[in-house]
Design a protein around this ligand. Structure first.
Ligand code: FE
Ligand code: ZN
Ligand code: FE
Length: 178
């Protein structure tokens, strides 16, 4: 795949490019999350994915608000990283074997996505602040907070799985047996 050749005249250009990347990432995630929810066995995990799907649809709209505020086009620029992370999620979705272990794998894949988004939103939030765009910065901060909360919720669910894990020395794959 060819890389775009980027040119930045100033920090604003970089901010716009990063927002276009996030705009693509969020839209891809609105397609990936329903599949994650469907694949999840735990009802708590299923609803966490469904809740975050609704938030993610809000992230798409919030980015549109940001583009609107900045007077620029809501363009998508292919986010290669999220494509890779979603492909890893797909690997978990189609994994066979123990359902509860697959749930733990879905969480591991989803948390990689949340951390990636947190890094992305942290950067654009800071750029917006540096450019004196306080309203844009606070919109981006709201999404950043929701990504952080989604990540923490997944950690809590994963920790709940550990509580039903097996005695030491059991063969891998048999833990989480219900
Ligand atoms: Fe998001
Ligand atoms: Zn990206
Ligand atoms: Fe997210």
């Amino acid at each position: 795949m060819a890389f775009l050749s980027l040119e930045f005249r100033n920090l604003n250009d970089l901010l716009v490019q990063q927002l276009h990347d996030l705009y693509d990432a969020e839209q891809r995630l609105t397609e990936a999350l329903p599949k994650m929810a469907e694949a999840a066995t735990s009802s708590e995990l299923k609803s966490a994915f469904n809740d975050h799907l609704r938030e993610t649809q809000g992230h798409v709209r919030r980015l549109e608000q940001v583009f609107n505020q900045m007077g620029c086009e809501p363009k998508r620029e292919t986010c290669m990283a999220i494509k890779g992370l979603i492909a890893e999620g797909d690997e978990m979705i189609t994994a066979k074997g123990d359902d509860h272990v697959r749930d733990a794998g879905l969480i591991a894949a989803a948390q990689r996505v949340e951390h990636y988004e947190m890094a992305g939103y942290g950067s654009v939030r800071t750029f917006a602040q540096q450019l004196g765009m306080q309203e844009v910065a606070s919109l981006l901060q709201k999404t950043l907070d929701e990504e952080g909360a989604a990540d923490k919720k997944l950690t809590r669910i994963a920790e709940g799985f550990v509580n039903v894990s097996t005695p030491q020395g059991a063969p891998a794959g048999s833990q989480y047996a219900s």
